[in-house]
Design a protein around this ligand. Structure first.
Ligand SMILES: Cc1cc2nc3c(=O)[nH]c(=O)nc-3n(C[C@H](O)[C@H](O)[C@H](O)COP(=O)(O)OP(=O)(O)OC[C@H]3O[C@@H](n4cnc5c(N)ncnc54)[C@H](O)[C@@H]3O)c2cc1C
Length: 677
């Protein structure tokens, strides 16, 4: 049996519907809101063409190969894991689940397709992300007419590519990379060279075993002058034997914590010559004689344009993180309704979800991740609508997208990271079982902290954006959306009267907080003009983090309010109003250092008591609320299926594992000591 047919056989087990448990039926009786209306409103936050793609790929979503993990992941060699995922990528296209050109051309379809592939597995998704989101996207954004053919080869998957920016010695500081591309007018070639060990490209996804071609970033040198970092595209392996070309060394990055299906590799060049046309020359070109031309004068600006297209990766990662948070929290809620511990003395044990501490750990996280998804989808809309103008001069929406998606990626990935560990624990020992899927969610979200930009480094971009907004404001220029709070007069910290149920006044308080913290952080920089650089760095230990978090909180809250206010069904709208109040109350409790300065005595205690009350109310609707999210049971692992048949599903998985009841081949070892005695 091949891995693939094994996987399909397993799917049938996973898909086999158990009847809903008694608890599942009971929990779904008489919800106080309309699941249908909520679902519809949820879907409306997705891009227009998304639903079509999602539907078209429904078969793919039902075909999880996660069984591959369940049975074999620990046992297979990394080489075989890589092989499996390459063949999996091929199968998706061979079987016509999707078509490469459509993925490349239609962004809504691209998102739907990638979400569906992610529901299969994130290794497969990452392989395709590298191909389309990094390799092809860079050629498309930075290349010109002469690169059309090589782009088409990539989008049709005839050529597998990779994206080489990071080096052993340089990750976050991408402008500091050492690889050089020196132009030789004699032969009209660039000579790509790795002058030091630290200049070897490292971590490059799809490179170690798969890629034929690479986009390589290097310092462009012509007539002895360094023109800054530029991107080049060329073949790195000989297609006749799949060996690296002479003067190129390629290797594997070695064992990793996870993500074994992605063949991360390193590459080193020894004066490797590529044609002049390898330069992706939209923003800077070199003529035959070696003269450099660019319409953008400043090297910094040129570079910013070159990597502007990378913000798409942050948008996608933010979405993947929120989705992981929502799946994990819904799983813990469903598990909490099925799992009973202790009792009230009458012989009946109590479902975990009825304990207030369990409610706080799980319901508040579900609410937060639900809000994350809605806010992320707003960001996706902004990003998509700005794509045609991405590189236009003085386009402030590009600045906004860059600042916003850097911030969102960082805070969502951090928040989900904390959530996943606690939600795993909320499912006790079963949360530790592979079949709960927590392991997989934790693994990918761990990577989300680092790739496409380390979170701490990303929020420095947001800091720059917010300060830029202050400069625009000081010149009385228009600000882009989401930072309107900066136009409020900067408030001094003073006692503020607040009704803890009044959404509008609570939102005003969050706007004031963001405004105050941005001004405070910028003020730190103004203390002494001669020490600006040092102040800038000093502010990053505390002020930056607090300021960026307050912007993120404000963005989440206002995005969610704008969303639910449009829901026509009263009961459903009220339900989501409750979500927002709970989330705001939790945020206040989480930053009591700031809020206790502005609230009258007793307010924080009042909020705490109200949170317990709101949780009790939401508890009544909790299973219908998990039904709003559009992920099929199959994506939710053994603990999160909608039928709440947790024990049966766990046992099904365990029993379906190969050799589960076989006697161990090494059983005699267990008797070694008994013989000696
Ligand atoms: C699995 C995987 C796949 C990857 N795939 C690719 C790929 O396909 N192509 C590619 O080009 N790259 C890839 N990368 C590289 C990835 O983009 C980098 O790891 C990432 O940008 C961070 O760089 P770094 O690892 O060098 O960390 P560093 O930049 O060394 O950062 C280390 C720590 O220092 C902190 N730090 C850095 N600068 C500052 C500062 N100024 N102030 C305060 N703190 C700071 C960071 O916050 C971080 O916590 C991949 C990485 C991984 C792990």
């Amino acid at each position: 049996m091949t891995q693939y047919s094994k996987a399909l056989a397993r799917v049938n087990i996973l898909k086999g519907h158990l009847r809903p448990s008694k608890e599942a039926k009971e929990e779904r009786k008489n919800p106080s809101f309309s699941v249908e209306a909520a679902r519809e409103a949820f879907w409306e936050t997705y891009p227009k063409g998304y639903f079509e793609g999602y539907e078209a790929l429904s078969e793919l979503r039902g075909m999880t190969h996660r069984s591959f993990y369940f049975e074999d992941r620990k046992e297979v060699a990394r080489e075989d894991t890589n092989k499996f995922f390459v063949s999996y990528v091929n199968k998706i296209f061979e079987k016509g689940f999707t078509n490469p050109e459509k993925i490349a051309e239609n962004i809504d379809y691209f998102l739907a397709c990638f979400d569906s592939i992610n529901s299969l597995d994130y290794n497969t998704l990452t392989k395709l992300m590298v191909q389309y989101g990094l390799y092809c996207k860079t050629i498309k954004n930075l290349g010109t007419e002469k690169h059309k053919e090589i782009l088409l080869e990539g989008t049709s998957l005839r050529t597998m590519g990779c994206f080489g920016l990071t080096e052993i010695g340089h990750g976050s500081n991408v402008r500091g990379i050492e690889t050089t591309a020196e132009y030789d007018p004699e032969t009209e070639e660039f000579i790509i060279n790795s002058p030091t060990d630290t200049s070897a490209k490292f971590w490059i996804g799809n490179l170690a075993k798969t890629a034929h071609n690479a986009v390589i970033f290097a310092q462009l040198i012509t007539h002895g002058e360094n023109k800054g970092v530029h991107a080049f595209v060329f073949e790195v392996r000989d297609r006749s034997n799949h060996l690296p070309h002479p003067r190129i060394e390629i290797g594997d990055c070695g064992d990793k914590k996870g993500a074994h299906g992605i063949d991360n590799g390193w590459i080193k060049f020894k004066y490797y010559r590529v044609p002049r046309d390898s330069l992706l020359d939209k923003f800077g070109s070199v003529d035959k004689e070696g003269n450099y031309h660019s319409s953008i004068e400043k090297a910094g600006k040129r570079f910013a344009n070159s990597i502007a297209s990378l913000s798409g990766g942050r948008v996608l990662i933010s979405r993947l993180s929120c989705e992981a948070g929502l799946i994990a929290s819904a799983t813990a809620l469903r598990y909490g309704c099925a799992r009973k511990q202790f009792g009230t003395g009458d012989g009946e044990e109590v479902a975990l979800i009825n304990y207030p501490s369990y409610q706080y750990r799980t319901i508040t996280r579900f609410v937060d991740h639900f809000i994350d998804v809605i806010a992320c989808n707003r960001m996706v809309d902004l990003w998509i609508s700005n794509l045609p103008n991405l590189l236009k001069e003085k386009n402030r929406v590009t600045n906004l997208c860059h600042g916003l998606c850097s911030n969102t990626k960082a805070f969502v990935a951090w928040g989900v990271h904390d959530s996943l560990f606690d939600l795993r624990r909320a499912c006790g020992g079963f949360g530790y079982s592979k079949y709960s899927l927590f392991d997989e969610l934790i693994d990918i979200n761990d990577l989300n902290q680092t790739w496409e930009g380390d979170n701490h480094v990303l929020i420095m971009q947001t800091q720059q954006f917010l300060f830029k907004c202050l400069r625009w404001l000081s010149k009385e220029e228009e600000l882009p959306e989401t930072v309107e709070f900066l136009t409020l007069s900067p408030p001094e910290i003073e006692i503020t009267k607040v009704c803890i149920f009044d959404l509008n006044s609570l939102i005003k308080i969050f706007a004031d907080r963001a405004n105050h913290l941005v001004h405070r952080a910028s003020h730190v920089l103004m203390i002494d003009a001669t020490k600006i650089a040092q102040h800038f760095e000093d502010s990053q230990a505390f002020e930056m983090l607090e300021m960026c978090r307050s912007y993120h909180d404000y963005y989440l809250i206002t995005s969610f309010k704008n969303w639910f206010e449009k829901i026509k069904c009263d009961k459903t709208r009220k339900m989501f109003e409750k979500f927002l109040l709970l989330s705001i109350h939790k945020k206040i409790l989480g930053d009591s250092k700031y809020f206790s300065q502005i609230f009258e005595t007793g307010i924080i205690d009042k909020i705490q008591a109200q949170v317990v009350k709101t949780l009790k109310e939401l508890r009544k609707d909790i299973i219908p609320l998990t039904d709003v999210i559009p992920y099929p049971g199959i994506m939710m692992g053994a603990l999160g299926h909608e039928d709440l048949q947790v024990y049966d599903r766990i046992l099904q998985h365990v029993k379906a594992t190969d050799k589960v009841t076989d006697k161990a081949s090494w059983w005699k070892l267990t008797y070694a000591n008994s013989k000696q005695r």
